[in-house]
Design a protein around this ligand. Structure first.
Ligand code: GBH
Length: 469
């Protein structure tokens, strides 16, 4: 508002109809890991193996969202969100990965979706946020086999058929890159004389060539799932993916560097984003020294690139800085300086401009017509102050800066239709357990009491005004 209480001309508004959302995932908040007929997932197995997760935390209880979902939906409404991105746990629906569905598992998501709709919150369902049924790991080595891609499509078709009258937006798979690279090629790093294992479930150690085949099965699973949704959900149902694209940020905003950054982003996402949006692997990707080529057919490539209704990207940090180069391939990567500021997590290099370039490149490289920011957020060192409040000023700074860059993109005509903040509430963070707090809502993991943080108030006001505030 301007000084006189009228909207100021400099108000940084988003387009009408913009979705203001918050996001979570099943394993990270639900708990109830073996209730109502749910089968174990690879994350249950991984977390139950001592030493894998900090403090040997697990998602067994997590936020107990499975039982407290009604309170949680009310709080999502209260932070002003009009959309909620949640994920469905495959082993709740198919405890054995395939075969006979477990109706009690589906019932939970029906109750959850009904609560959202009653509160005026649009449900956006993610169908895979890494909690693969353990049975498919045991039977097929998970995504090493095409059988898992096919089983995924069967599960997705069933869910879309059952929920299709109420859930109109689906994301197939969350962060291909994270679960493939992190799960199938764990690496050991030495920290102060101790060896720690970096990665997550199912903690396999594949060669580069084997990894390429896993990537292929993951994007194939996505494509088959898109086809399954088209076949079994009502027409008008919309589907896309939610990928953590790695974004090359031009070091100077001038055409030659902007073009160089686009080339770098396209090449460095060849195994995921590029093949899903273009329907072929780049020559460079196939020729990579020592990496081998995935085995694939032309039909599979067609499936992988099934037309989508929107693209979803998780945006946290710049991938690289890039400048134009006269040498092949036409760009040069600039390493991120050791003193570059970061958020609480050391991986979380801070540069809000990545939000602008990520959205803009989806349009300039791939001509995307509808873009969702499926995740953006940060961990901060939140504590409850004496006055009972949580003063997460750094999260407010982070959101204002990143949303400011997103608004810059929409004001230039980049078609971004919504933003989901990661996360609705503090939750179980993969590998780090309950130490890393990403929520707009604080969770006391002793009592499971929820308290909105300062940032929740910022989000509510931004959503109400549909603008950066
Ligand atoms: C997302 O991952 C996940 O979708 C979500 O479940 C998670 O809770 C959230 O973000 C916060 O972590 O290779 O240097 O980047 C974000 C991307 C990718 C961040 C793997 C941590 C490991 C270190 N993650 N990354 S680095």
């Amino acid at each position: 508002m301007g000084a006189a209480g009228t909207p100021s001309t400099s108000e940084r508004r988003f387009p009408d109809g913009f979705y203001w959302g918050v996001a979570t995932s099943s394993y990270q908040i639900e708990g109830a890991w073996d209730e109502d007929g749910k089968g174990p997932s690879i994350w249950d197995t991984y977390a139950h193996d001592p030493g894998n997760i900090k403090n040997d935390d697990s998602g067994d209880v997590a936020n107990d969202h499975y039982h407290r979902y009604a309170e949680d939906v009310a709080m999502i409404k209260d932070v002003g969100a009009n959309a909620y991105r949640f994920s469905i746990a495959w082993p709740r629906i198919f405890p054995d990965g395939v075969g006979k569905p477990n109706s009690k598992g589906l019932d939970f998501y029906e109750r959850l979706v009904d609560a959202m709709l009653a509160a005026g919150i649009e449900p956006f369902a993610t169908l895979y946020h890494w909690d693969l049924p353990q049975a498919l790991q045991d039977r097929y080595d998970g995504w090493r086999s095409k059988e898992t891609s096919k089983a995924f499509a069967d599960y997705v078709g069933y869910v879309a058929h059952q929920l299709g009258d109420r859930v109109k937006h689906y994301f197939t798979i969350n962060e291909f890159r994270s679960f493939v690279e992190g799960g199938y090629q764990v690496v050991d790093v030495k920290v102060g004389g101790k060896t720690i294992q970096l990665g997550g479930a199912p903690a396999m150690r594949l060669t580069d060539a084997e990894l390429k085949q896993v990537r292929h099965h993951a994007v194939l699973g996505h494509g088959l799932a898109v086809e399954a949704i088209r076949a079994s959900a009502p027409s008008g149902t919309k589907v896309g993916f939610a990928e953590n694209i790695r974004v090359a940020v031009p070091i100077i905003d001038e055409p030659e560097h902007v073009k160089a950054a686009e080339a770098a982003t396209r090449e460095r996402n060849a195994g995921f984003m590029t093949v899903m949006l273009e329907g072929h692997y780049t020559d460079e990707y196939l020729a990579e020294a020592g990496g081998g080529s995935p085995t694939f057919t032309d039909d599979e490539l067609k499936t992988i690139a099934s037309p989508l209704d929107f693209v979803g990207i998780n945006v946290y940090r710049p991938g690289w800085y890039v400048e134009a180069s006269d040498d092949r391939p036409g760009y040069r990567e600039i390493p991120i300086n050791a003193s570059h500021p970061h958020m609480l997590s050391s991986w979380h290099v801070l540069d809000a401009e990545v939000m602008y370039w990520a959205a803009r490149q989806m349009q300039s490289i791939w001509d995307a017509k509808s873009i969702f920011i499926t995740e953006n957020g940060c961990a901060t060192s939140d504590v409850v102050a004496d006055d009972g409040r949580i003063h997460d000023t750094d999260r407010v700074m982070f959101m204002r800066a990143y949303l400011g860059q997103l608004q810059r993109a929409t004001s230039e005509g980049v078609p971004v239709d919504g933003y989901f903040h990661w996360s609705a509430q503090d939750n179980f963070e993969w590998v780090d357990g309950y130490g890393n707090r990403f929520g707009l809502i604080y969770v006391d993991f002793e009592t499971l009491e929820r308290t909105p943080k300062l940032s929740a108030g910022w989000f509510r006001e931004a959503a109400r005004r549909n603008a950066v505030v």
